[in-house]
Design a protein around this ligand. Structure first.
Ligand code: MG
Ligand code: MG
Length: 254
């Protein structure tokens, strides 16, 4: 069942979302060479709690941390550990905050130090595909239009698109209906309605599409060991347009 959110509910989701946007902005500054993934997670948890919210991911189906941190060939759901960031790494930072029962969910991929042109282009394309998906998320469009817009940015580069994981509805729960694949056919799928709130999150691989989960039960990695990038925003779609809910408090992309 896809729930439609009222203007008042979207306002509450915006409050949760801004905490996520500000947290990601802070983490972008902290993610430098020599910092451990655990240190980033600690900083995020303190930040989220300091704003009166709860880290949504902590304890979610038993997930042990506040952030999902996925380094290089890790795609999503990486568990923060004591590895240190190195020059040339790319790190996907996925953050969720629950504030007053409403969830914000967003992710960025940061480039540590000097990152080569191949990875830089991967990260930039991933961001551009999210921009295209957001632009296609309009009342009256179909869900397939969103997937097709995302795919339309990624495919010309020859990158892999992760099929096993996708975007989703977001609201009181982190994961609500509908599922939002990062590929699709324009003009297909359910019609987008006023009040839908979605988390769009392309996961883009430098190599092939295929991924698998490590023995820790969480960390998703590429089958071919090549790097992967991920970015995400929670958005609200209404008759008046689309709003990104997980911007920073000064209205910027984190
Ligand atoms: Mg997320
Ligand atoms: Mg998500």
């Amino acid at each position: 069942m896809i729930t439609r959110k009222s203007a008042e509910q979207i306002g509450k989701m915006r409050q949760a979302g801004v905490i996520v946007g500000d947290c990601l902005r802070m983490l972008r500054g902290l993610a430098v060479e020599g910092v451990t993934l655990k240190e980033l997670d600690k900083s995020a948890e303190a930040f989220i709690r300091g704003r009166g919210a709860k880290p949504t991911f902590k304890g979610y189906h038993g997930f042990p941390a506040s952030l999902c941190l996925s380094l290089n060939s890790e795609v999503v759901h990486g568990i923060p550990n004591n590895r240190k960031l190195k020059n040339g790494d790319i790190l996907a930072i996925d953050c969720g905050a629950t504030f007053g029962d409403w969830v914000g969910d967003a992710a960025i991929t940061v480039m540590v130090g000097e990152v080569g042109p191949e990875l830089r282009q991967l990260v930039e394309t991933t961001t551009q595909s999210l921009v295209a998906g957001i632009a296609a998320a309009r009342v009256g469009n179909r869900l397939g239009d969103v997937g097709a817009a995302i795919e339309g940015v990624i495919n010309p580069r020859g990158y892999g698109i992760v099929r096993e994981y996708c975007g989703h509805g977001v609201g009181r729960a982190l994961h609500e209906d509908p599922q939002v694949p990062n590929y699709g056919k324009a003009g297909t799928g359910p019609r987008i309605q006023d009040g839908w709130c979605l988390a769009l999150e392309p996961m883009v691989n430098l190599g092939g599409d295929h991924v698998h989960t490590l023995a820790d039960g969480w960390t998703v990695v590429t089958d071919d060991g090549k790097p992967s990038a991920h970015c995400e925003h929670s958005i609200a779609i209404t008759e008046s347009g689309v709003e990104i809910l997980t911007l920073t408090s000064d209205g910027a992309w984190p």
